[in-house]
Design a binder for this molecule. Structure first.
Ligand code: HEC
Ligand code: HEC
Ligand code: HEC
Ligand code: HEC
Ligand code: HEC
Length: 405
């Protein structure tokens, strides 16, 4: 009996059942674990600073990082490249590793192979990162900076004023305010100038765009009293409207309408009582002015006189697409002025107050001087004491059209 059962037992050890029930799963498990371990080791390696710097060390991003508090600080907590740039969650991380394949391709393509090439591409790359972080609501920052854990009272006063109001939104979207935190910012001024030049060329139709009865000035333009004289008898500022009387070659014969304040004869303003600059006038232009009715404003006692002036402007600095120009002004305003706080609606202030408000913000923004003038006019034309007397809401061009007469 015992012999038989022994044999049966040995039979089992050699049987197919044994193979199916134990050997296969074990083998699968062993091989699987090997791959798993190898896979996570590989994954871990691809999230190490060594891996990232193996490609990025030529570019200044790594040195900049070494100088930042995210690399070395009093508390000794270090954020690695991947902590900010590679998601922790499974699916976003899979997507990110797929995206890494593109980096691999670009690596061999040499897109950022030298520091010079890197700088040329820096704005594009930074925008990609900003876009990702804006979309993810700065998810990676939040893996360390748990917004509920902010002790606002312990923050520096500058930090507290900006950040405490955001408590309800769990700190807001960090990247909208904390750009250039670890790495140097791209050359934002150059980027703004480039973008402006492209938009202006588009709006002027390369100097051959359509003409219309009323056109807008794109950039600060030299105005001549006589055709072809080349004299700069006046400077006309962006956003000002002109009535078109005729053309000759590259020049357009125009009439400027506006207002003059007694005692400030050098300046043409868009509206009586409002310091909205249309043009600055040299003595010959001051002599050539046609004057209309005068009014004395009850509030200030100032006398304002309606004036107009005929002369010539370069066609390349005029556009018939006035709506497009105001749309551009509005976009530029929102992009440049929403970085640190929500944008202030244009009708929050009066036209004259916007002059000082913009001056106070001048050094904080990266707009070009021409964009600055255009934004200022946009805000003033839609200001509380101007928008009220014209149709339309903030940003409407109706305000401009009505205001220029
Ligand atoms: C095989 C080389 C290589 C490795 C390794 C590498 N990168 Fe890159 N990385 C590149 C190249 C090339 C680009 C530029 C891609 C382009 O031109 O669009 C880039 C772009 C970037 C950008 C900006 C563009 C974007 O879409 O985010 C970031 C951020 C970045 N890398 C971070 C990292 C981090 C973090 C690591 C480590 C986890 C890493 N890289 C590893 C080659 C590499
Ligand atoms: C791996 C964790 C980690 C991640 C991820 C991280 N941080 Fe930090 N951050 C820290 C630590 C730790 C400090 C404090 C260093 C110290 O002791 O001063 C810090 C400091 C800061 C400071 C103060 C800087 C200064 O110059 O004093 C700001 C602002 C900040 N982080 C914003 C961010 C933003 C925005 C992100 C996402 C892009 C981010 N952090 C991602 C850990 C992290
Ligand atoms: C509305 C703009 C804004 C937003 C959004 C914002 N911050 Fe700040 N934060 C600031 C300003 C301004 C400061 C002070 C100047 C500085 O250090 O850059 C600051 C300072 C800090 C500091 C340093 C605190 C101190 O006392 O030194 C940390 C850390 C920080 N922010 C992290 C974050 C994180 C993380 C987020 C996203 C959850 C975030 N911030 C969102 C504007 C903002
Ligand atoms: C604390 C978070 C943080 C850490 C750590 C960090 N970065 Fe960044 N990185 C950013 C942010 C934010 C941007 C977007 C540009 C900006 O605001 O400066 C960025 C942009 C970049 C870019 C695009 C080019 C540029 O200059 O904007 C590259 C490439 C890059 N990082 C690579 C790295 C590498 C490599 C490391 C590690 C050596 C690293 N980063 C560490 C937050 C971080
Ligand atoms: C770099 C950050 C930053 C940028 C960019 C910025 N601002 Fe400000 N702004 C602030 C801070 C901080 C305050 C409050 C403290 C102060 O007045 O200095 C403020 C205050 C203001 C106020 C005053 C609000 C009131 O109730 O009195 C106005 C208006 C304003 N900003 C408009 C703008 C405009 C317009 C732009 C774009 C041209 C702009 N800001 C861009 C940081 C910024």
């Amino acid at each position: 009996m015992s012999d038989k059962s022994d044999r049966r037992r040995r039979g089992f050890w050699r049987s197919t059942w044994f193979f199916v029930l134990f050997v296969v799963p074990l083998a699968v498990f062993a091989v699987g674990s090997l791959f798993w371990a190898g896979g996570s080791a590989l994954l871990a390696y691809t999230e190490s600073n060594e891996y990232c710097t193996s490609c990025h060390e030529l570019a200044p991003v790594v040195d900049e990082y070494h100088d930042s508090v995210h690399f070395r600080s009093a508390s000794g907590v270090r954020a690695g490249c991947a902590d900010c740039h590679v998601p922790n969650e499974f699916w976003p991380s899979v997507l990110d590793h797929a995206h890494a394949l593109e980096e691999l391709y670009r690596h061999f393509d040499g897109t950022i192979a030298t520091p010079e090439l890197f700088e040329e591409n820096r704005l594009r790359l930074a925008r990609q990162v900003w876009h990702d972080m804006e979309t993810s609501n700065s998810r990676e920052c939040r893996s360390c900076h748990v917004p509920d854990a902010f002790d606002f009272a312990a923050q520096r006063p500058e930090a507290r004023t900006a950040m405490e109001p955001l408590a309800e939104e769990h700190g807001g979207n960090c990247i909208t305010c904390h750009r250039g935190l670890v790495h140097a910012l791209p050359d934002m001024e150059a980027a703004a100038a480039e973008e402006e030049a492209a938009r202006m060329a588009e709006l002027s139709g390369g100097g051959e765009g359509p003409l219309a009865d009323t056109m807008a000035v794109l950039e600060t333009a030299s105005f001549s009293l006589a055709a072809g004289s080349g004299a700069a008898d006046a400077q006309v500022f962006p956003g000002s409207l002109v009535s078109v009387l005729g053309t000759e070659g590259d020049a357009v014969h125009v009439r400027l309408d506006g207002w003059q304040q007694q005692g400030a004869e050098r300046v043409m303003y868009a509206l009586a009582g409002h310091r909205i600059l249309t043009a600055s006038l040299q003595p010959p232009a001051q002599q050539a002015l046609q004057t209309g009715e005068s009014q004395t404003l009850a509030l200030t006692g100032q006398t304002w006189t309606e004036i107009s002036l005929e002369g010539w402007l370069p066609r390349a600095l005029l556009t018939a697409e006035i709506d497009e120009l105001w749309a551009y002004a509005g976009e530029t305003y929102r992009a440049a002025c929403s970085v640190c706080h929500t944008v202030h609606p244009p009708d929050q202030f009066m036209a004259n107050q916007w002059v000082g408000q913009m001056q106070a913000m001048r050094d904080r923004t990266t707009v070009t001087p021409e964009q600055y003038r255009l934004i200022l006019r946009y805000l003033q034309m839609n200001a509380r004491d101007v928008a009220g007397n014209v149709a339309g809401d903030a940003g409407s061009e109706g305000g401009e059209a009505a205001g220029a007469h």
